[in-house]
Design a protein around this ligand. Structure first.
Ligand code: NAD
Length: 258
């Protein structure tokens, strides 16, 4: 029970339906529940989010869903209030909401740039801004921001990479600011991971025979699985990582080591 008595808010947690490929936030929700956490799942996708929360409750977990646009400050205020109302405190925030995008610099219009920065940088800022006061009330906490290997090496589109790079360094700034308060802040940097989001936008990389060489570019020879990322999120969220803050944990099958 590595998260016993802890309350966790996870953005981008709607893709957690049993029997389907899960997203990182959805897979983290199941692992967190197994380890004793009480959960607030937050996502734009109300239908799947509610269904995931219902499945968790049916497995004896304590879980509620709240609709959240992670780029919207009022939604974050509401989500944090709901966590405190429902469970009395907030200990863990996971920022996993995200989208993908594939344009070079000159092919990118300003709207797309803003949308990527909003969903990958502004959302992380807003999530932390509105969760920190509740964590201070709880005597500390742990924030895990899902960045990407694209926040470290430029394997992705320009705007996505810029947003993920912003969330990486924002994590470190927040880690320093709240270290004295017992709030740890770390980032996780997945490589190419088989999730609903990846399938919807990069389905050609999930099937062999398309000529895409992404899996072949991974030293471990395959794509990652959401559960493999979620286990690292669990570690950073839990007290086992009590001396880790401002760190970036790469989980990419070795891609960035090359
Ligand atoms: N899958 C990969 O290969 C990969 C690699 C590196 C980083 N990541 C990052 O990991 C995180 C999770 O990715 P995933 O592939 O597990 O996704 P996923 O399959 O869980 O889908 C993303 C979820 O985020 C939600 N979402 C999108 N925009 C939102 C918003 N504005 N507000 C609230 N919810 C929103 C979607 O509704 C969906 O449920 C993302 O930040 C992504 O950029 C993914």
């Amino acid at each position: 029970m590595r998260l016993k008595d802890k309350v966790a808010l996870i953005s981008g947690a709607a893709r957690g339906l049993k029997g389907e490929v899960m997203g990182i936030g959805g897979a983290a929700a199941w692992l967190f529940a197994q380890e004793g956490a009480r959960l607030v799942l937050a996502d734009l996708d109300e239908e799947r989010g509610e269904a995931t929360a219902a499945q968790l409750r049916a497995s004896d977990a304590e879980a509620v869903f709240v609709k959240l646009d992670a780029t919207n400050a009022v939604d974050w205020q509401h989500a944090v209030s709901l966590a405190v109302q429902a469970f009395g405190r907030l200990d863990v925030l996971v920022n996993s909401a995200g989208t993908t995008h594939s344009h070079s610099v000159e092919g990118l219009d300003l709207q797309d740039w803003n949308a990527q920065m909003d969903v990958h940088a502004k959302s992380v800022f807003l999530g932390m801004k509105h969760s920190v006061p509740a964590m201070l009330e709880s005597g500390g906490g742990s924030i895990v921001n899902i960045s990407s290997m694209a926040g470290i090496i430029a394997v992705s589109s320009a705007a996505y990479a810029a947003g993920k790079g912003a969330s990486r360094i924002l994590t470190k700034a927040a880690a320093l600011q709240y270290a004295k308060d017992g709030i740890r802040v770390n980032s996780v940097h997945p490589g190419w991971t088989d999730t609903p989001l990846a399938r919807s936008t990069m389905h050609h990389i999930m099937t062999d025979g398309s000529g895409d060489t992404r899996a072949q570019r991974v030293p471990l020879g395959r794509l990652g699985r959401a559960g493999e990322i979620a286990r690292a999120v669990l570690f950073l969220a839990s007290d086992e990582a009590s001396y880790i803050t401002g760190a970036e944990l790469v989980i990419d099958g070795g891609v960035t080591a090359q």
